[in-house]
Design a protein around this ligand. Structure first.
Ligand code: AMP
Ligand code: MG
Length: 420
């Protein structure tokens, strides 16, 4: 029986374990998933402070000539109260003195150290950054599940936390199978090929935020495969490749049974990537991915990556999907979801185009190396004609214009300023 992609996905997602937290330094937390709520223990800013270099004044005394009490530098505290007819020179970020209710920027004043002429009427609270204006004590600033980027790390640092709780990286065992498959770097015998799935999967695992554990290549022979599988049992998740297509791997199933695995062999209504085995070994989720390199990658991206992201506590475990216009016809018969490899481009009108890669064969890895996205052609859809709008799952954003933004320099478009 063929399983729908949705059913297969919900079955694997149901097997996700709770993420375990660990405490790491802030830079180690980059791109990782927050495992705690960040609650501010303080007001930010901690006190009313000046947004300008200028003079802290009583607004009712402006405009006018005022006596200067002191200079308040950033990093110091005021020692005087601003009373009638007086003011204090103040620098950006310095705490406001009591008595003052506005800051006048230095450019709107004239004068020296003893006294100063304030040339404008100051508005109440003008150029004052209020205590707690950004964040107040007790405010929850980040939720668990947030992926930590440079901005989030700066925010956490500004609250005084030198470390943070993030989800542990699951350890993912990667075991290739096949008598014909050889570790890259070793000599090839007749009939053998180099493994590509091993490194591809390790890279996919790392990009998904988990830790790959290389478990080598198992032979198509029960004792060797059993030994290799045993070595995988120290991991949080197991990936095998090869031997899941129909017929030729009955003993593989036996070996899985031997080590206590409950494994279902599925046919998923998806192209490429139809064969998929999924189950648990000693409670450890285990995926048997197809050997064909493209099927292996597509299967990982549809099923394993969401499981890993959910395990990490990411509330958005799926790759982004956008709409693009097909530049060439894509043949298809109803019955399976087609995840064809496409190269994305811009139509120069704010939309995206999708051009199928040269080959769509599930054995040709070049198509994955070229592709920016996978089509998501629905199960019931037929052939898609050139010009039709389709949904694509984006793998990589390198297709976007990266020549640098248009900053509106003179002679470059509508922002041109002819005034001198
Ligand atoms: P299998 O699923 O074992 O029948 O393998 C399907 C196809 O994928 C065969 O052509 C295998 O040689 C190839 N294959 C299996 N494992 C790998 C691997 N680790 N790297 C590259 N190709 C592989
Ligand atoms: Mg094989």
């Amino acid at each position: 029986m063929m399983l729908s992609v949705e059913d297969a996905l919900s079955r694997v997602m149901a097997a996700v374990r709770q993420p375990l937290p660990e405490r790491v330094g802030l830079l180690q937390a980059l791109d990782r998933v927050l495992a705690e709520a960040i609650v501010s223990p303080r007001d930010v800013p901690p006190w009313n402070n000046s947004a300008m270099d200028g003079y802290a004044v009583r607004s009712q005394d402006t405009p006018g000539t005022l006596r200067v009490l002191e200079t308040i530098a950033a990093g110091s505290v005021p020692s005087q109260t601003v009373g009638p007819g007086t003011c204090s020179r103040i620098m950006t970020g310095a705490p406001m003195p009591s008595g003052a209710d506005a800051v006048v920027m230095i450019e709107r004043t004239d004068g020296g150290h003893e006294q100063v002429e304030i040339q404008v009427q100051a508005r109440l609270d003008e150029h004052i950054r209020p205590q707690g204006g950004d964040i107040s004590t007790g405010q929850q600033v980040l939720q668990p599940g947030r992926v930590l980027g440079p901005g989030e790390l700066g925010l956490i640092s500004s609250l005084g936390f030198p470390s943070v709780l993030v989800a542990q990286r699951p350890r993912v065992a990667i075991l290739s199978t096949g008598d014909e498959v050889v570790e890259t770097g070793w000599p090839l015998q007749p009939g053998q090929i180099y493994s590509s799935n091993t490194i591809t999967l390790a890279a996919l695992v790392r990009r998904a935020g988990a830790e790959p554990v290389h478990c080598g290549i198992a032979p198509d022979e029960p004792a060797g495969l059993r030994a290799s599988l045993q070595a995988c049992l120290r991991s949080d998740l197991i990936l095998t490749t090869g031997g899941v297509s129909v017929g030729d791997f009955d003993f593989v199933k036996d070996v899985f049974d031997d080590v206590g695995a409950t494994l279902d062999f599925w046919k998923v209504a998806m192209k490429p990537g139809k064969p998929l085995a999924f189950g648990t070994i000693s409670g450890i989720p285990c995926f048997g991915l197809p050997g064909n390199p493209v099927s292996c990658m597509v299967n990982f991206l549809q099923f394993v990556r969401p499981v890993l992201r959910k395990t990490l506590g990411d509330p958005r475990p799926h790759l982004p999907v956008v709409t693009a216009r097909l530049t060439h016809r894509l043949p298809k018969r109803p019955g399976r979801v087609h995840m064809s490899r496409v190269v994305l481009g811009s139509d120069h009108k704010g939309g995206w185009t999708a051009t199928p890669t040269m080959t769509q064969s599930s054995g040709v890895l070049m198509s994955m190396a070229q592709a920016d996205a996978l089509t998501v052609l629905p199960v019931d859809a037929g052939a898609q004609e050139a010009g039709s709008l389709i949904r694509v799952q984006v793998l990589d954003w390198r297709f976007m214009d990266q020549t640098g933004p248009d900053y509106g320099l003179p002679g470059h478009g509508p922002l041109e300023d002819h005034g001198c």
